[in-house]
Design a protein around this ligand. Sequence first.
Ligand SMILES: NC(=O)c1ccc[n+]([C@@H]2O[C@H](COP(=O)([O-])OP(=O)(O)OC[C@H]3O[C@@H](n4cnc5c(N)ncnc54)[C@H](O)[C@@H]3O)[C@@H](O)[C@H]2O)c1
Ligand SMILES: [Fe+2]
Length: 397
Amino acid sequence: MTDLLPPAMASFTIPPTVITGIGAAEQAGEQAKRLGARTALVVTDNGIVKLGYADELVNLLHRVGIGASIFSDVTPDPTLQNVNDGLEQYREEACNLIISIGGGSAIDCGKGIAIRLTNDGELAEFMGVNKIPNPGGPLIAIPTTGGTGSECTKATVITDTEHNVKMMLSSPCAVPEVAIVDPLLSLSTPPHLTSAVGVDALTHAIEAYISKRAQPITDALALEAIRMISGSLRQAWADGENIEARTEMMVAASIAGMAFSNSSVALVHGMSRPIGAYFHVHHGLSNAVLLLDVMEYSVVGAPDRFADIARAMGEPIDGLSPMCQADAAINSVERLVNDLHMPRLGEIGIDQPKFEAVVDQMASDALASGSPGNNPRQPTKEEIVGLYHRCFQPRQV
Ligand SMILES: NC(=O)c1ccc[n+]([C@@H]2O[C@H](COP(=O)([O-])OP(=O)(O)OC[C@H]3O[C@@H](n4cnc5c(N)ncnc54)[C@H](O)[C@@H]3O)[C@@H](O)[C@H]2O)c1
Ligand SMILES: [Fe+2]
C-alpha cells in the first residue's frame, strides 16, 4: 500500500459502494447492517445536529437494530484534538463502525478516526501520499455539502493547531467503504456556503485535469464534473430549493473528488491550505480567492488542457487561436465567480499586517505540501509570494 507507482503508471481507487440520488440517505441503516455494525459512532458537527440530520440517521440505525453514539464536536477544518476525542468516544462506547455525516470537516474527522483505529502512531507520521500502513476501520460517509467530494476521496485534511499546518494525508487506506450522496441534505446550505463549496468542487476538477498526474480515467471524470458544475452552480446558489441543480452539484462534487483523488490537486490548493491554517478561512472560499490569478499564472504550462476546460464550460471557442481558446477557460471561470459574488483575498477580513508577517512562511508551507509540484507551471517561492500579493489586491487584468 505504501509504494508509489512508476511515473508511466497510474492507479484508481474509489469507494467500493457509492449510492447517489434523492432520498439516498435512507439507505444508511441497510448499509451499516451489511457492514456488520453493532454500534456506530456518528461523527458530525453541531450545525448538522441542529438541522436534525444526526437524529434522523440515529433513527434509521435503530430501525435496523443498530445502536449509535453521536460525536458532534467536529470543528470546521478538523483538528488532531477532534480526531483524538472521537477515537476515545469510539472506544468507550465499543463502536464497530464510523458514520460521518456533514461537510468535508465531519467526513475528514471520521477518516482520521478510522486511520487511527488500525494504525499505530500519530496522524502526523502519515502525512503525504501513500504513507498509511493499514486500511482504516469501516467508514460510511454522507456529505451534506456539494462540496469537497471527501466521501469519494483518498484524502483527509486534519489541522495541527500547534504548528498552524493543515496536514494532508492521501492513501487508498483512507477511502470510505460506502459513500451515500443525497441532494436533499444539501438543500439547507445557505448561498455563501453553496458558492464556496461549489467553487471548491470546480477547483478540484480543474486542478485534476491540468495536474501532471492526470490520467485518462480522471480526465473523463474531471471534464464531466466541470460541465455539470458550470451548468448548475449558479442555479443552486440563486435558488437553494432547486433540486435539479442541487442534485447535479452533489453528484458533480463526488465526481470531482474521484478525479482529484486519483490525479492530484495543484497550486491553488497548495496555496489555499496555508490561508486556512493561518486565518481560518473556509476552504472553498480560500480556493475561490486564488483561483483566477493562479489559472492565469498556470495557463502557459497547459494551454490545450485549458481549452478543453473552456469547451466543457460551454464556451464557443472553435476557430480561435490556441491561446485565446485557453484564455476562454479563465474568462468563463471569472464570469462564474463574479455571478456568485465571490470576494478577493483582500476582502475577507484578513488583517494585512498579519498577512505580510506570514506570507513568506505561507509560501514555504505551500511548496512543502507538494501540491504545487503537480502544477503545469512550476512556481518558485518568490512567485508564490507574488501571487499571494496579487490576489490580495483588486483584480488586475
Ligand atoms: N478530504 C478531502 O478530499 C477534502 C477535499 C476538499 C476539502 N476538504 C476539507 O473539507 C473541509 C471543508 O468542508 P466543507 O466545505 O464541506 O465545510 P465544513 O464541513 O467545514 O462545514 C462548514 C459549515 O457548514 C455547515 N453545514 C454543513 N452542511 C450543511 C447543510 N447541509 N446546511 C447548512 N449548513 C451546513 C457545518 O455545520 C459547518 O458549520 C476543510 O477542512 C477542507 O480542508 C477535504
Ligand atoms: Fe478542496
